[in-house]
Design a protein around this ligand. Structure first.
Ligand code: F6P
Length: 341
């Protein structure tokens, strides 16, 4: 077989491990692999490179993606989708492994409906893909955010301040929740809950009176004030704005300083969360998913997404993975607030 592989959407640690998994498994079974450059954009423009074991050597330790990525939607126009289908055939591909989040997988599903043999591999630091226990990228990203919170704690403690850490995650609160829980935040603000300033103030006050400083984690997607800009309008082909421009961290810092009269600072770590080497968990998960995708292609089990369920890697239909983002549910919210100050 001649198998194409692409990475679409925001990069995250583990993408290279997944590509390497595809390449090694394919090589072991006598298949050829072609890397499509810059996600769906590369397929529209017919840009690709051959991939063999040599080309992915050492890549398991690197963040980002050796293939490049984009937020291009091949179905934005009917000409685009025709072009993508024509280039798939021109490249002589038998199957395509699409590695990405909800947007990339949705486009993969569309391709699959048009007769292209696609297998999806979920990735995202946001952890918001349905049907899988975890996506690779989130462990690495939240490990960075957790460390950032620990560093901020030193300053908060020394200066007796309130410090707010704003993290990414889009409209799902997983990154904030995991960072807050693991880093011992006094309160964590997530988009899945109606923002209640009284709860936030109570926890911050408790922390201040107990030990003289307070740490808050806030998700970029939290709705904390109606007058905050909703993020720059439709920045990409899938209609997503840039949420950090809402300024959730800045807003909360100003609000707490005014309300409590205590010194307050905030930090927005942005893309720093998304770079760097993948953690062990992300390397192993991505490796297992990449190899499994090739197994599925070999079995001609197309139109599926490979996912983690408990200890097992399984395959589920695209329809179960895409469309509705996985958001933080009640048991997780309950766990989170058990640790409010
Ligand atoms: O989806 C991953 C993510 O990092 C989100 O958490 C964030 O809102 C968005 O991408 C940022 O996108 P970009 O890199 O295009 O600015």
């Amino acid at each position: 077989m001649r198998i194409g592989v692409l990475t679409g959407g925001g990069d995250c640690p583990g993408l290279n491990a997944a590509i390497r998994g595809v390449v090694y498994r394919a090589a072991a079974h006598g298949h050829e692999v072609v890397g499509i450059l810059d996600g769906w954009k590369g397929l529209l423009e017919g840009r690709s490179m051959p991939l063999d074991r040599e080309s992915v050597q050492g890549s398991i330790t690197q963040g980002g993606t050796i293939l490049g990525s984009s937020r291009t939607n091949p179905f934005k126009s009917s000409e685009g989708s025709q072009e993508a289908l024509a280039n798939f055939r021109k490249l002589g591909l038998d199957a395509l492994v699409a590695i990405g989040g909800d947007d990339t997988l949705t486009a993969g599903w569309e391709m699959s409906r048009r007769g292209i043999h696609v297998v999806g591999v979920p990735k995202t630091m946001d952890n918001d893909v349905n049907g899988t226990d975890w996506t690779f990228g989130v462990d690495s990203a939240t490990s960075v955010a957790m460390e950032a919170l620990e560093r901020l704690r030193d300053t908060a403690r020394s200066h007796h301040r309130i410090v707010i850490l704003e993290v990414m995650g889009r409209h799902a609160g997983w990154v904030a929740l995991l960072t807050g829980l693991a880093g011992g935040a006094d309160f964590t603000v997530i988009p899945e809950e109606t923002y209640d300033p009284k709860r936030l103030v109570r926890s911050v006050q408790n922390a201040l009176s107990r030990r003289g400083y307070a740490l808050v984690v806030a998700s970029e997607g939290a709705e904390v004030a109606p007058d905050l800009a909703p993020g720059r309008a439709a920045q990409d082909d899938f209609g997503h704005g840039i949420l950090r421009e809402k300024g959730v961290g800045a807003y909360l810092a100003q609000y707490l300083e005014k309300t409590l009269g205590a010194e307050c600072r905030y930090a927005v770590i942005g893309h720093i969360q998304r770079g760097g080497p993948p953690t062990l968990f992300d390397r192993i998960l991505a490796t297992r998913l990449g190899t499994k995708a090739v197994d599925l292609a070999e079995q001609r089990d197309f139109g599926k997404v490979v996912v983690l369920r408990g200890e097992e890697i399984r395959a589920i239909p695209f329809s179960e993975a895409v469309g509705t983002p996985k958001r933080v549910d009640a048991p997780w919210r309950d766990l989170l607030h058990t640790f409010d100050a």
